[in-house]
Design a binder for this molecule. Sequence first.
Ligand code: SF4
Length: 261
Amino acid sequence: MAINLTPDLAPALAEELHGKNAAQVLELLASRFAGAIAFSTSFGWEDQALTHLIFSQDLPIRVFTLDTGRMFNETYSTWQQTLDKYKKPIESFFPNTQKVEEHMTTKGSFSFYESVENRQECCAIRKIEPLDRALERMRCWVTGIRAEQSDNRASMRNVEWDAKRGIIKVHPLFDWTLDETTNFIRTNNIPYNPLHDKGFVSIGCAPCTRAVREGESFRSGRWWWEDASKKECGLHGTASLGTPTFGSTSFSTAATEPHSQ
Ligand code: SF4
């Protein structure tokens, strides 16, 4: 039966998913949004954990990535290792060729360092437009967002209504700590980006990502030259919280088993 997509679906779904672990959340979503659910990966720790859960359970969830054309070689290596390990497809979405050509011709290679507007323009071309295409006809978008990653992300909910796209957005690892995430990666022998071992916590495009130092926040290595309050690329900036009655709901952080009652 087709689900009626409205903002109120977010709190209802959050209630239904409350207390379930990430594997159970994905399983339920795959069934509920059959044929219309997609997971976006950028091959970071969190995304690799989710990819493992989706592929090893053989869940019918599309996995896609946005190849901005400015990614680290290490990210491409992780992508390939993931294909080699799971033998499952990862869809690649490239930016519009003409838009990139125009942008490079008029602005050059590093305009994003000059202003927030220029950076957002580049992200819009290389990330947001391809994301919009990837999510066309989708009804549920799964991401690797964790609350701990930034103050902005901590203010999100584990299930949200993406008002711009009119779809449900779910973060199955929302309550996981970094330690829980890396332990899951190691325990399950999941390939991960070697840049993580060099202080890169959140990994995006090469010219816009640096390693973080002891004590710095997870997102401080992204667009480090900008005001911290503006550090989202626009991919996750349009979700609304829906009815604010489900803030107390949370997923279990147990990777494969629910918390005991
Ligand atoms: S992260 Fe940097 S290089 Fe990548 S799309 Fe945004 S501005 Fe462009």
